[in-house]
Design a protein. Structure first.
Length: 430
């Protein structure tokens, strides 16, 4: 009886398991079929969307145009020394007849001899490696495009130019140039700063750590190429040891772009031809018979006869390079200016108090007094101008004279510089 009961229980369990297995199998099968139907519908739906998308692309001329443009591959060719447009086309495997046709077409609008070494020519090829277009810059504002697709067509495109003004300020820790570059100032602008202040500063000797440079300048961006072109400085200031030198851009009444300080004095300063008042020339520059030795000798300066004690002025802004006795020159001063110029003063009776080597002097500042020390026959100033270690005649010196604004022109400048300065501060601290 017990055995029979065991068999019945076993048969019951097996039947139940079989039933559960069969029911689950059919449920899974129905689910798979349903999922397949959904996927099939989604595929059909996606396929319709893809077909519709293709139709949309075919119907859109702009997209089609972009697809065609994308088929071109740009190759840039840098013009090297000795290259000609003909040699470049030959290297691109154009036939002589085609080269002649391309050159003739371009020459109707542009002289190819004006293309310079280092410039770039862009060549556009299709998927088959066929050159379909050639482009190069006519100038910074114009691109010449030669279309070679079917016929040779020349297109001249004027580039879009956006103008901007930017302001920067930085403190020097190493040099004006390197710190400027690290502060995001273009090397083009830094060169212009050095040129602007070259009459006032010797950038190798005068610039110190903690010198503050503040500038505002103009630049253009070529929209199509992203190229930046730097133009004029509008405002520039350099502060050394608490002393400020600053200049503002101004277009004068006679149409010149120039730079002036707040008082309307020009940045350009000539070296004085006559560095003392009320003097007469007693001996000119050139060969002469020396009054003491009696030998013919080159007189490397100009002598100005004047009473002992007559004040002598610094011929220009600069640094005292030498002060003291100097052989036959007697008591002597030499000042180093910028742009390669130096001035020398000889036979002095004395030096002004405070004048010593390394001292900065301004044009017109008294540096000493007329005397007759050294090889001299009477009280006079021997004055020399030295340019790049060569003596030149002070009376023939041709340097830009510093213009001083007056009247209505000065009033106009003051109005303009206030706007420039306000804009500069606004951009710095906005």
């Amino acid at each position: 009886m017990f055995r029979v009961l065991r068999y019945l229980i076993l048969i019951s369990l097996i039947s139940s398991g079989y039933y559960i297995f069969i029911s689950q199998y059919f449920q899974l099968s129905e689910k798979n079929i349903l999922e397949k139907e959904i996927v099939k519908k989604e595929i059909v739906k996606d396929k319709k969307e893809i077909i519709q998308e293709k139709k949309d692309k075919v119907q859109s001329p702009n997209i089609n145009k972009n697809i065609n443009k994308a088929q071109y591959f740009e190759k840039k060719i840098k013009i090297l020394q000795g290259d000609t447009f003909v040699s470049i086309l030959e290297n691109l495997n154009f036939k002589q007849k085609k080269i002649y046709e391309i050159i003739s077409k371009i020459e109707t609008s542009f002289d190819l001899k004006k293309i310079k070494t280092g410039e770039i020519i862009s060549v556009f090829e299709n998927n088959l490696g066929e050159i379909k277009k050639i482009e190069f810059f006519k100038n910074s504002e114009t691109i010449i495009s030669v279309d070679l697709d079917k016929e040779i067509n020349l297109n001249i495109k004027e580039l879009t130019r956006d103008s901007f003004i930017e302001s920067k300020e930085y403190t020097i820790t190493e040099s004006l140039f390197s710190d400027g570059i690290n502060s995001g100032v273009s090397s083009d602008i830094l060169v212009k700063i050095i040129s602007l202040f070259s009459f006032d500063l010797d950038f190798q000797r005068d610039i110190r750590v903690d010198t503050v440079v503040s500038i505002s300048y103009e630049f253009d961006e070529i929209v199509e190429t992203g190229k930046l072109e730097y133009n004029d400085i509008k405002y520039a200031s350099i502060i050394i040891d608490g002393k400020q030198l600053e200049y503002f851009k101004f277009i004068t009444d006679d149409g010149y772009v120039d730079y002036f300080n707040r008082e309307g004095k020009n940045v350009k300063k000539s070296i004085l031809k006559t560095p003392l008042d009320g003097a007469r020339i007693s001996s000119n520059f050139g060969m002469r018979k020396h009054p003491i030795s009696g030998f013919n000798k080159m007189h490397k300066g100009v002598d100005f006869a004047a009473p002992t004690g007559t004040p002598i002025y610094a011929g220009g802004n600069g640094i005292v390079e030498y002060v003291g006795r100097n052989g036959g020159y007697g008591k002597y001063i030499r000042i180093r200016h910028n742009n390669g110029y130096k001035t020398a003063y000889a036979h002095l009776s004395n030096y002004k108090k405070g004048i010593s080597k390394g001292v900065r002097v301004n044009q017109g500042e008294v540096i000493g007094y007329v005397g007759s020390t050294g090889n001299s026959t009477g009280p006079h100033l021997h004055y020399e101008i030295i340019y790049q270690n060569k003596h030149i005649n002070p009376l023939n010196l041709k340097l830009p004279s510093g213009k001083i604004l007056e009247g209505k022109e000065l009033e106009k400048f003051k109005e303009e510089y206030k706007v420039i300065y306000a804009d500069h501060l606004s951009m710095l601290y906005e």
